[in-house]
Design a protein. Structure first.
Length: 376
């Protein structure tokens, strides 16, 4: 059998997590929290699990949740969306990304990805027989607009952006969105898929979204994640927002991927959002970030800026000249801490002697991990 994805192997996240298990290491590699879910959310889930909401939800999503997300989008960004035609509940952000690319990218077209990038973008592009074009960001992990503009052609159908950015934790500035507006004015065929799953996990500076820019609304698709916002990654519930003509095409793919998403989870999330202030989530994670950075002061690692998400990039250039794959393996085997190397986030495995730690862990885990890192 000829593989459709011969280049796809085991993800670096799975590799590092497996190494952590084998060596009984503290796992700061994979992006999932290890602390308890809000008891209020668990209570909501329990109540709905005992109700009669156990059949298919409507294909677009549980109607009260769609209406709530429309209100949230207006409150957060000032954009008015139609909950019936412009919001879609997905089986996690990954399914939303896959469905969007499959629906809107024709065979033979080009899709630009900004590296370092999350690994779920390229595969759906390849599967629809389009061409991924990966462009490295600047060394400070901000978009290189001159390079992007020089790369876009008449055959470029989509630009994928990620803000707040994984793996770097950087967030876009207003000037970046003005450059994006200019780029779309130059290229009327171009759509933007904006991965904003960490939108409510920002710190000193509030998140700026594509939703803030009305000139972009007809050309953008945003991806959001309840899993990231409410640290329930195992629920796999996310949502898309896009103009009705775009979302109508995406729904055609979505209905044959999953048709609809877990009804009980959607109902529980809708109720839970009555009692939680989603705009305060950044404060919770900022405390985690600040505590982890405070602990890391006693190590030989150099901390890079972290403006959003629950990951911290560090440079180990003052410690070792090893490539990042070898260095992270040695961290696990010799020091008992699992991290993620940065090079797999690039097409060409660029080496910049940076690695990523996840600080979405309880304080005891962070303390134990950093105590080991101090021995390096």
């Amino acid at each position: 059998m000829q593989s459709k994805l011969p280049q796809v192997g085991t993800s670096i996240f799975s590799v590092m997590s497996q190494l952590a298990v084998e060596h009984q290491a503290i796992n700061l590699s994979q992006g999932f929290p290890n602390f308890a879910v809000d008891l209020r959310l668990r209570d909501c889930l329990s109540r709905w699990a005992q109700s009669d909401q156990h059949q298919y939800a409507p294909m677009s999503g549980y109607p009260p949740l769609l209406e709530r997300l429309a209100r949230l989008t207006k409150e957060s960004y000032g954009r008015i969306v139609n909950p019936t035609t412009e919001v879609l509940i997905t089986a996690g952000a990954t399914e939303g990304i896959f469905a969007t690319i499959q629906a809107l990218v024709p065979s033979g077209a080009e899709v630009i990805i900004l590296d370092p990038s999350y690994d779920c973008y390229e595969t759906p592009i390849v599967l629809c027989q389009a061409k991924p074009v990966r462009i490295a960001m600047r060394s400070d992990f901000t978009p290189d607009w001159e390079r992007i503009e020089n790369t876009v052609t008449a055959n470029t159908r989509m630009l994928i952006i990620n803000n707040p950015h994984n793996p770097s934790g950087r967030i876009w500035q207003k000037s970046d969105f003005l450059e994006l507006e200019r780029l779309l004015n130059l290229h009327p065929q171009l759509l933007v898929l904006s991965d904003e799953v960490y939108e409510y996990i920002t710190f000193e500076q509030a998140h700026i979204s594509v939703h803030h820019f009305p000139n972009l609304w007809d050309r953008i698709i945003t991806v959001s994640s309840f899993g990231k916002s409410f640290h329930i990654t195992g629920w796999k519930v996310g949502y898309l927002i896009a103009a009705a003509p775009l979302l109508s095409e995406i729904k055609k793919v979505h209905q044959f991927l999953v048709f609809s998403v877990n009804t009980v989870a959607q109902a529980a999330l809708n109720e839970y959002m009555d009692s939680v202030e989603i705009q305060q989530l950044g404060t919770f994670y900022q405390e985690k970030r600040d505590y982890f950075r405070h602990l890391m002061v006693g190590t030989r690692f150099d901390l890079l800026p972290c403006e959003g998400t629950y990951f911290q990039l560090v440079s180990y250039a003052s410690i070792s000249s090893e490539n990042d794959l070898d260095f992270t393996r040695r961290l696990v085997t010799e020091f008992g801490v699992a991290s993620v190397p940065l090079s797999p986030f690039y097409k060409d495995n660029i080496q910049n002697q940076c690695i990523r730690f996840c600080f979405a862990k309880d304080n005891q885990t962070l303390e134990q991990a950093v105590e080991r890192l101090r021995r390096i």
